[in-house]
Ligand binder design. Structure first.
Ligand code: TXA
Ligand code: MG
Length: 344
C-alpha cells in the first residue's frame, strides 16, 4: 500500500490505478471511500474481500459530474434531475433504476443503483481523470467505524488497498444521505450529511424509513437478493459427486462448483450419470475473489439458458467464500419458505 498526496502527479497515479482495476481509498466530503472501477467486476469483488463483508451489500457509484449520472442510472424519474441540480455535488446518494452495464456486484443484483456526485473537488478530479465511474463503500472493515482520515483507512485496510489518497480529514464525517427515488413517495433509507429539512425544502413528500413502523422487507431497505427463477439446490463443499450418483429424475442440471479439484470429481460423476448436465467452475484457481466476481453473471446466464435446475456446491467459508455462500444460500431459499429465519 502506498499513501498518495494531492499533487497532480499523485492524482494521475490514483486515476490510472482505478482505471486498471486497482483499489484506491479516496477522501470525500463525507467519509473515505474504498474506490474501484464500477466497470470492473473483479475489482468490485476485491472491494468486498478487502472489507471482509459477510455478504454483498450494494455499493455507491460515484461520478465526476452531475451530467455523467445519466450514464449510470435513469435520471428521468420524478425528482432525480431536481435533486441532482440542487444537491450535487454533495452528500446525497440517489437510488434509481440502473443502466444495463452496471455490474450486479455493484448493486447486489438489484435493478436499482445508488449514485452520487461527491462534494470534494479532489474526489471529482480523480474520478474524472480515471475516466470511469467509481464504486466506493466506506473504507472500513465490516462492522467497524467509517474512516474520516487516511490514518483510519490505513489502520483497517493497509494490507488490502493499493493506494490511499491522503486528502486530510473529511468535512462531514458522516456518510451521505441515501434517498430512494424509485419509491413513491421518495424514501430516505439512511439519514446522512444532507438533512431531512433541506431535502424536504426541495422534495416536500420525502419520507424517512422508520424501522419501528416499516416492515424490514420494504423494497430498498434490504437488498432483495438476486434469486434465479430456476430452482437452486445448495450442497456442502465436496458433496456434489455423491449427490449426482444418487439422483433420480431427468432434470437438466447446471452444476456450479469451485476449483479444479471439485470440477474433476464432478466431471467423473457426470460421466457415470444418464441425463445431461453442464459444469460451471466459479474459479478454476479456487480463488474466492474470482468466484465472487463471476457469481451473479453466471446465475443470470444459467437462468437464461436451458438447464431446468441449478445445483451448486458451497465454497470454503474463508474470505469472500462466506459472501458467495450467503448469496447461494439466499438464492436457494424459495420466497414461500422464507418466513422462519431472517435472510436479510
Ligand atoms: O458518504 C458515503 O455515502 C460514503 C462515501 C464513500 O461516498 N459511502 C458509503 O458507502 O457510505 P456504504 O457502502 O458504506 O453505504 C452504502 C449504502 C448502504 O446502506 C447500502 O445498503 C445503500 O447505500 N445502497 C446501495 N445501493 C442501494 C440500492 N440499490 N438500494 C438501496 N440501498 C442501497
Ligand atoms: Mg459503510
Amino acid at each position: 500500500m502506498t499513501i498518495l498526496s494531492t499533487s497532480d502527479a499523485d492524482i494521475a497515479i490514483a486515476a490510472a490505478a482505478l482505471r486498471s482495476g486497482k483499489l484506491v481509498a479516496l477522501p470525500t466530503e463525507t467519509v473515505y471511500g474504498l474506490g474501484a472501477s464500477a466497470r470492473d467486476s473483479l475489482a468490485l469483488a476485491r472491494v468486498f474481500a478487502a472489507k471482509r463483508r459477510p455478504a454483498f451489500d450494494p455499493l455507491i457509484v460515484h461520478v465526476a459530474s452531475p451530467e455523467e449520472a445519466d450514464q449510470v442510472a435513469d435520471m428521468s424519474l420524478p425528482w432525480a434531475k431536481e435533486a441532482a441540480r440542487r444537491f450535487w455535488p454533495g452528500p446525497l446518494t440517489l437510488v434509481l433504476p440502473k443502466r444495463d452495464w452496471v455490474p450486479d456486484l455493484a448493486t447486489s443484483g438489484l435493478a436499482t443503483v445508488a449514485l452520487r456526485c461527491p462534494g470534494l473537488d479532489l474526489t471529482r478530479r480523480i474520478i474524472a481523470e480515471a475516466g470511469v465511474p467509481v464504486a466506493a463503500p466506506s473504507a472500513n472493515l465490516f462492522g467497524q467505524l467509517s474512516p474520516t482520515t487516511a490514518g483510519h483507512v490505513a489502520a483497517g485496510l493497509a494490507e488490502a488497498v493499493d493506494y490511499i489518497v491522503d486528502g486530510g480529514p473529511c468535512r462531514y464525517g458522516v456518510e451521505s444521505t441515501v434517498l430512494d427515488l424509485s419509491m413513491d413517495p421518495p424514501l430516505v433509507l439512511r439519514p446522512g450529511g444532507l438533512s431531512l429539512e433541506e431535502l424536504r425544502r426541495v422534495i416536500p413528500g420525502v419520507q424517512l424509513f422508520d424501522r419501528s413502523t416499516t416492515s424490514p422487507r420494504a423494497p430498498g431497505q434490504l437488498p432483495s437478493h438476486y434469486a434465479p427463477a430456476k430452482p437452486l439446490r445448495l450442497f456442502p463443499a465436496g458433496s456434489l459427486p455423491a449427490a449426482l450418483v444418487e439422483r433420480r429424475g431427468d432434470a437438466c442440471l447446471a452444476l456450479v462448483c469451485f476449483g479444479k479439484r471439485s470440477a474433476v470429481a464432478i466431471e467423473a460423476a457426470i460421466k457415470g450419470g444418464a441425463s445431461p448436465a453442464s459444469l460451471h467452475d466459479l474459479s478454476p484457481a479456487a480463488d474466492p475473489v474470482e468466484a465472487a466476481a463471476a457469481l451473479f453473471s453466471l446465475l443470470h446466464r444459467l437462468d437464461a439458458g436451458d438447464c431446468t435446475e441449478i445445483w451448486a456446491e458451497r465454497l470454503p467459508d474463508d474470505g469472500l467464500g462466506l459472501a458467495v455462500n450467503d448469496r447461494l444460500y439466499k438464492a436457494s431459499v424459495k420466497p414461500e419458505a422464507e418466513s422462519g429465519p431472517d435472510h436479510g
